[in-house]
Ligand binder design. Structure first.
Ligand SMILES: [Zn+2]
Length: 339
């Protein structure tokens, strides 16, 4: 099933939609597990999610691609090392320029490609007086990089620390509100900040007309959720964010074979439906409850880890080495307040 350079149309034929989507899902799982260790020279997978909407996998984190008359809107940019291949993949989809890159998180696998992909795009800001210096001051003439302020703060490493990212990859349109939006390609695009979930800098990006949500690392079908306690993540924030994702997504019905409902693009792994997010949320809640019980019994972190509270889910989410242990540890630290 893993095809390759060629684009695969997931939803072309209504009658075969579900089986094709299911087969793809299995293929994707196999193809994308162990992402973190994947070398930057790997092939990209381009999956058509809707007529005007694609997902690019294999460049680090998943990249969402919305295409229309205004140009291209990307959610996330993959790693810096994959940028040339991502640019080539987008070029195969459309000759139109990238106008916006919207980030879901400040991790290098999601935002590392910001600079190169923005440079390969074209600003939407026009100036009737032809003053190009004004444009260059805003975006360098390339695509805008739009993100919640928490992402800019992390990427620019304020006060005393050195940034891991070059300045041209930092968001040049940052917002502090919990909810922000742009309208591109005749579609409202809504960005909602999710506090203290995978980290202190997560956003969902909801394409209201395409009915697709890019969820970033709050949802990761290749492993247990990574909760970055040191950077402000928390188990309760992760569960809250997954619940919000479930509320945003709509399942198919009453004609369940006629549609797939809202698509949820995870930070890593296959495109999901609402029910997949419900399953993932339930898994996270069950493991949280078991760990909470063990803490109540007075067990230490080592004893809890040795008891494998996430064992029922390890075959599905624990294939990446250390994923289950890291998740259990983050739940423990989050519940006990220990760092
Ligand atoms: Zn990620």
């Amino acid at each position: 099933m893993r095809s390759s350079k060629s684009m695969r149309k997931v939803l072309g034929n209504r009658k075969t939609r579900r089986p094709v989507a299911a087969a793809l899902a299995l293929g994707m799982c196999a193809a994308v597990s162990g992402y973190a260790a994947e070398p930057d020279s790997g092939e990209l997978d381009v999956v058509q999610v809707r007529p005007n909407f694609y997902m690019i996998a294999g460049a680090g984190g998943n990249i969402s691609v919305q295409i229309g008359v205004d140009g291209v809107v990307l959610v996330d940019a993959g790693t810096e090392g994959a940028s040339d291949r991502v640019l080539a993949a987008i070029r195969k989809l459309t000759p139109l320029p990238t106008r916006y890159i919207i980030n879901t998180s400040p991790e290098p696998e999601h935002a590392g490609g910001n600079g190169k992909l923005a440079k390969g795009g074209l600003t939407i800001f026009t100036n009737p007086l032809g003053n190009t210096n004004f444009l260059n001051a805003m975006t360098g003439g390339g695509a805008s990089i739009l993100a919640h302020d928490s992402i800019l703060q992390r990427m620019s490493a304020p006060t005393g620390k050195k940034s891991n990212f070059p300045v041209d990859s930092w968001p040049n349109e940052a917002f502090r509100q919990k909810r922000w939006y742009v309208r591109m390609n005749d579609e409202p695009i809504e960005i909602t900040y999710q506090p203290a979930a995978h980290s202190n800098a997560d956003s969902f990006v909801f394409f209201r007309k395409s009915d697709v949500v890019a969820a970033g690392d709050v949802l990761d079908t290749t492993r247990f959720p990574v909760i970055d306690i040191a950077n402000g993540g928390s188990i309760q924030g992760e569960i809250d964010a997954l619940n919000k994702l479930i509320e945003l997504a709509i399942p198919p019905g009453p004609f369940i074979y006629e549609g797939v409902g809202t698509y949820v693009i995870p930070g890593h792994g296959r495109p999901c439906e609402q029910l997949d997010v419900v399953d993932y949320r339930d898994m996270v809640v069950v493991v949280r409850d078991v760990v909470a019980d063990m803490i109540k019994q007075g067990m230490t972190l080592d004893q809890i880890k040795a008891a494998h509270p996430a064992r029922p889910y390890e075959t599905e989410y624990g294939t990446e080495e250390g994923s289950a242990g890291a998740f259990v540890e983050s739940v423990y630290k989050s519940l006990t307040g220990k760092k």
